[in-house]
Design a protein around this ligand. Structure first.
Ligand SMILES: [Zn+2]
Length: 162
C-alpha cells in the first residue's frame, strides 16, 4: 500500500504563501503587501495587494513617499491589501473569516477588518510595531475580540517556475 506524501505544505504555509504571492502583483516600488482571506474551514474567499483604485493608472499616479504636496505622494491614493481583499470579495459575508497578511494591518485596515466581521488576523512582518497606527490597531482588535498572532515561519523554501 502506498502512503501519502509527507512533505506537503501546512494550511498556514499555504495561505501565507498565497498572501505573499499576491503582494508580488503590487506596483509600489517600496512596499509590497499581500493578503488572503480564508473561511473557518480553510477555503480561500478573497485576495488583495496594495495598489491604486480601479481606473487610476499605475503610470500616471505618483508612487513617491515624500513630496511638498501630499497630492504628489502615494498615500492619498493607494488601497492597502487588506481593504482590497475585503472589497474584492463578492460572496456575501466575511463573518468569522481569517485574514492572512504579510504586514501587520494599519489602523484604517483594522477598522475595515473589524467591521467586515473577520475574527482572526495572522500577520508575517510587524516592522511598524510600536507606531501609533499599529498600537491603535491592536487596541481596536482587543476591544472587538479579533485575535491576532504572528505567523510562525518554517523556513521552507518553495520555488515555482512560471
Ligand atoms: Zn492598511
Amino acid at each position: 500500500m502506498g502512503s501519502k506524501r509527507k512533505d506537503y505544505i501546512s494550511w498556514d504555509e499555504y495561505f501565507m504563501g498565497v498572501a505573499i504571492l499576491s503582494g508580488k502583483r503590487s506596483k509600489d516600488p517600496n512596499t509590497q503587501v499581500g493578503c488572503c482571506i480564508v473561511s473557518q474551514d480553510n477555503k480561500i474567499l478573497s485576495m488583495g495587494y496594495n495598489g491604486l483604485p480601479t481606473g487610476c493608472s499605475d503610470d500616471e499616479f505618483p508612487w513617491a513617499r515624500e513630496g511638498e504636496n501630499p497630492l504628489e505622494t502615494k498615500y492619498v491614493y493607494t488601497v492597502h491589501s487588506e481593504l482590497n481583499a475585503i472589497l474584492n470579495y463578492r460572496g456575501g459575508s466575511l463573518e468569522g473569516a481569517k485574514l492572512y497578511v504579510s504586514l501587520f494591518p494599519c489602523n484604517e485596515c483594522a477598522k475595515a477588518i473589524i467591521q467586515s466581521g473577520i475574527k482572526e488576523v495572522i500577520y508575517d512582518s510587524n516592522k511598524y510595531e510600536g507606531t501609533p497606527s499599529v498600537q491603535a490597531s491592536m487596541k481596536m482588535f482587543d476591544a472587538a475580540g479579533v485575535r491576532y498572532y504572528q505567523y510562525h515561519r518554517t523556513g521552507r523554501k518553495i520555488e515555482v517556475e512560471l
